[in-house]
Design a protein around this ligand. Sequence first.
Ligand code: R5P
Length: 290
Amino acid sequence: MADLDDLREGSRFGIGTPVESQSFHIKGADNLPWGMKDRLNRIFNSKTGKSVMLAFDHGFIMGPTSGLERIDLNIVPLIEYADCLMCARGILRSSVPATANKPICLRSDAGTSILTELNDNVLIDIEDAIRMNVSAMAVMLAIGDPKMEATTIANLYKAVDQGTRYGIPVMGVTAVGKDMARDARYFGLASRICAENGANIVKTYYCDGFENVVAACPVPIVIAGGKKLPEFEALELCYKAINDGAAGVDMGRNVFQSEDPIAMIQAVHAVVHNGLTPQQGIEMFNDLKK
Ligand code: R5P
């Protein structure tokens, strides 16, 4: 019980000052409950609206990918420069320090090494995601794949149902099979399907006409980096994506396979959040490079 002797009459009621209505800075999230918004806000910077997510989930189907042989040596030193970490639960528990204090976008489905990552048909138990205090759950969608589309949409649907119950946003990740066209029509279709089925964030690839993909997607889009490019080209990719409306990048190989990953993630961060041009970005990279 509070000390009654010190109770005073309030006087600061702000009579005549209307309550400020606050619009939320994340696309499509205005109507979400508080917990969802809090988690999304941990991922997307409230000043720039953008995010640099560091993806190092590749090993869950590819084993010790180049640059991910030792998470403690290759990834942990990059964590302080990332806005969000995307990884699978085994690596999170075993190798990411619990003191990292970064939002986690947890890889929440499972694949096999046999048929590439399109072979996804298992979803994490929501209680496990809660135990790890994740800020989002990532689920792969194989849109256009005759064998896997239905299964992966069902995975997304289930993740959204469970995430909604507990306030955890879901990121739909659009996989591109070998036979699928990497164009705005395909990425527009795949992104929209993710959002229509309830994804709060979509991860897809940059392409010509990307502004149309972004315009037709009612939630934020972050781009994957894809295979390793020369540093200038990777920074150019980030720049173009942000310019065309992406809310950030979820990049892996172009960071951790760079000749200087710490310099690279800082240059990516500056392009995404501060609007550096690719030329300014590469100059920053070269200045920071050891
Ligand atoms: C997506 O599901 C993958 O597992 C990676 O997280 C994604 O491809 C991003 O990594 P990268 O920039 O290397 O393509």
